[in-house]
Design a protein around this ligand. Structure first.
Ligand SMILES: Cc1cc2nc3c(=O)[nH]c(=O)nc-3n(C[C@H](O)[C@H](O)[C@H](O)COP(=O)(O)O)c2cc1C
Length: 224
């Protein structure tokens, strides 16, 4: 598939068909994505691919911790936007769009809680890739490389007809992944990617996120 078409087609998918994704396809995606660039070719990413019973155990434990009020304990903190900032505003805009599509009223605490749970269940995707990095590396050092490999995974998945959603929610309870996915303490857990065949009729998959016009975030110099 043409690269421009693939970039345009990729979007975060939050509703999946139950059909499994074969190990062969997942392997090919990870092999292709490993062509992503990294600083000095250090390739500081490690993948733990979950499906089946292990994934069900992880989902169940994530939801149990969430519902028991256990505070998330991520090893890479994503959620920290200043209150009055444009970043917080964009987060609110996304949530509003998703809630509208999912018919969740602002004051409907039960439906909101159910929606939150879905994130901690990896949106019921049949496969999940957990990305970790070695703790011998600096905290911020591997993040650019991991960003590159994650985007390449998501784009390559489109080629195979798969949908993805990068998730920090999915790694909010690292203790669950250590227990069921056997990720050792020597690895810092960075993010999860939910993956599966999109259920296109699922309302949240109709979300159309906007982007700031490039002119607002770009400085051109020396072009006259
Ligand atoms: C680092 C990172 C963490 C994310 N975490 C979540 C998450 O926990 N839950 C979720 O629903 N989406 C998550 N997303 C998806 C973003 O919400 C999504 O990429 C953004 O809204 C743009 O929409 P698009 O991917 O459909 O283009 C995450 C994306 C990134 C890059």
């Amino acid at each position: 598939m043409d690269v421009i078409e693939t970039v345009k087609k990729r979007k975060s998918i939050r509703g999946y068909k139950p059909d499994p994704v074969s190990r062969e396809v997942l392997q090919e995606i990870l092999e292709l994505a490993s062509r992503a660039p990294s600083a000095m070719n250090t390739q500081p990413w490690e993948f733990t691919v979950l499906a089946g019973e292990v994934l069900e155990n992880v989902r169940r434990s994530n939801v149990a911790l969430l519902n028991s009020g256990t505070p998330p304990n991520p090893e890479h903190v994503v959620v920290n936007w200043p209150k009055e900032s444009i970043y917080r505003q964009r987060q609110v805009d996304l949530a509003k769009q998703l809630f509208q599509l999912m018919d969740i009223a602002r004051e409907d605490k039960e439906k909101r809680a159910k929606w939150l749970e879905r994130g901690f269940r990896y949106f019921d995707a049949p496969a999940v890739v957990i990305i970790s990095t070695d703790r011998c590396l600096s905290e911020s050092g591997p993040l650019l490389d991991i960003g590159a490999v994650m985007q390449t995974i998501c784009l390559t998945a489109v080629h195979f007809g798969l949908g993805t959603c990068i998730e920090d929610q999915g790694v909010a309870y690292p203790e669950v992944l250590r227990k069921y996915a056997h990720i050792p303490e020597s690895k810092r857990i960075i993010a999860a990617i939910a993956m599966g065949y999109p259920e296109w009729d699922f309302p949240a998959n109709k979300v159309a996120t906007e982007r700031e016009p490039v002119r607002n975030v770009t400085t051109w110099l020396g072009f006259d």
